[in-house]
Design a protein around this ligand. Structure first.
Ligand code: TRP
Length: 353
């Protein structure tokens, strides 16, 4: 047991399929945080998924598939408390309470809201439905409720979510200032995360459907996707002596960089170095680079696919641990909500234990 037990919380959007960007950006660091004596809460942000909905999506099914993949990667529901946000509906109650002290002006500076607004102003297609919903504006308030309800003191997030965590800190401080010390002030911690480029040469894997390598892709699919990566440009001189991926990769065309990044993560160092050497010398090598990388990716995927399909990793078993973990977190969460009700002056619920 470590000297001080930290309460760690992070939320995951229910996307269904998981790709390498998810793995190296989040899953890996969640797994590393397990078993270090901390209390880890990981939840599926299914309410949040509804903030940008334009047609019905089966988030329940996506949640189940995603969690089977998480378990296949090594996340352990016996060590970490894994639950669905919507199984903890008092989160919505806390969000309502926190909304009472949150300025609209503050929310209008939120990145998710601003991005959507600017896309609308540029006349983007496919944003039918209710693109500027009350729910979307309130996204950071709901996120603050997620964090504050379990009194998390560490929130590991990638850069794109930092602002939201800072808003949660502000809301908690404001609450305590106005109504007395009630909430624990959280802090954002840098997630040990790597932003993987997309196979199509875009900056981030996952931005579009056709630019990801998925953890459940079979060898044939892996090879097909990797062969499809655009490598028509000849290598450019690297103008650095260093072989460090962080020095070399930014000097390559993006799609080629994506291949080298994957190689540096999955292959033994000498294999990565061999291909950096070929790049420097401008040899013809893209074909072997691709088949070599495809082999390492398939080797990485193989045990994940096997554990995904293991007899003990069924949709039923996922439902069982979701139920059990929601039961575990509920008393902790209700205690926070009741304390806030009391602090704000409406008093504790008359019917809840
Ligand atoms: N907004 C986060 C994302 O898009 C998910 C999320 C919801 C979250 N609530 C959270 C992350 C609370 C950390 C803490 O990735």
């Amino acid at each position: 047991m470590s000297a001080k037990q930290e309460i760690i919380l992070s939320g995951i959007r229910p996307t269904g399929r998981l790709h390498y960007g998810n793995y190296f950006g989040a899953i890996k660091s969640f797994i590393e945080l397990q078993g270090k004596g901390h209390q880890c809460y990981y939840f599926i942000a299914d309410y949040h998924a509804l903030t940008t909905i334009s047609e019905r999506v089966d988030f329940f099914q996506q949640t189940i598939d995603m969690l089977r993949t998480y378990v296949a990667c090594g996340l352990d529901p016996a060590q970490s408390v894994i639950y669905r946000q919507s199984d903890l509906p008092c989160t919505a109650e806390l969000s309502l309470l926190l909304g009472m002290i949150t300025n609209i002006g503050h929310l209008e500076r939120g990145t998710t809201y601003k991005d959507k607004l600017s896309k609308l102003e540029q006349g983007a297609q496919g944003l039918e439905g209710n693109p500027l919903s009350f729910g979307l504006l309130g996204y950071p308030v709901l996120m603050a409720a997620d964090i504050l309800i379990v009194r998390a003191n560490q929130v590991p997030v990638g850069d794109d979510q930092r602002q939201h965590v800072e808003m949660a800190m502000d809301i908690a401080q404001k609450f305590n200032h106005r109504f007395g010390e009630t909430l624990t002030i959280p802090r954002a911690v840098q997630r040990n995360a790597l932003r993987l480029p997309g196979l199509d040469g875009s900056a981030k894997m996952g931005k579009s459907d056709n630019n990801t390598l998925d953890l459940l892709d079979d060898p044939k699919t892996v090879l097909k996707k990797i062969k499809g990566v655009q490598t028509t440009t000849d290598p450019e001189p690297l103008d650095t002596e260093s072989n460090d991926p962080d020095a070399v990769i930014p000097r390559m065309p993006n799609s080629v960089g994506a291949l080298y990044r994957m190689l540096s993560l999955l292959a033994p160092e000498e294999v990565y170095l061999e291909f950096v050497g070929k790049y420097r010398r401008g040899e013809k090598f893209y074909g072997t680079l691709k088949t070599t990388l495809a082999e390492y990716v398939s080797k990485f995927n193989e045990p994940i696919i096997e554990r995904f399909n293991a007899p003990e990793n069924t949709p039923e078993s996922v439902k069982d641990f979701l139920r059990e973990n929601a039961r575990k977190v509920t008393p902790v969460a209700l205690e926070t909500v009741e304390a806030c009700r009391e602090a704000m002056g409406i008093g504790r619920s008359l019917y809840r234990a």
